[in-house]
Design a protein around this ligand. Sequence first.
Ligand code: RP5
Length: 186
Amino acid sequence: MSLPQTESRESKDAVTNSPAPTAPSDSAVRVGLIMGSQSDWETMRHAAAVLEALEIPHEIRIVSAHRTPDRLAEYARTARARGLSVIIAGAGGAAHLPGMCAAWTSLPVLGVPVESQALKGMDSLLSIVQMPGGVPVGTLAIGRAGAKNAGLLAASILSLGDGALAQRLDNWRAEQTESVAQEPVT
Ligand code: RP5
């Protein structure tokens, strides 16, 4: 399991090679997975697991809207030019990360409300979902299911221009269907 990093091999390659936003190579980072804190990793690792299973190159960063605002601005403003196609942003509590990320970029931003201790993620959900008209964030469910579905939704978006990924995604869904038992274990 890889932990969130401040730098990754993929991102260095992406910056160094300055990939064209509309024509990424197979190995170019396509999804940015960001979270407000190390404490979010336990949730956001489920998004990373899906991206890994579907062989989608991605980078993982801690970017806090409140504690590292300049890092957020730099990350989001340069995301498209660095070749990213989708950003998954997870945060909890006063969860401004996805919304502020969407304010800085017109790339699709998928927001994952991390379950907070105090309010069970309702604070996170409402902070992320109630964006003003004009700056959208695609908001997923609270917690692990939301993170997993953010990975799958990112894959769906990317599959629009990637037939091989579309096939991997269909295979993933078929395997999921196969895995559901006819009867519960009693
Ligand atoms: C948010 O505050 C983070 O996204 C995290 O969910 C929450 C708590 O952060 P820590 O105090 O655990 O670093 O910004």
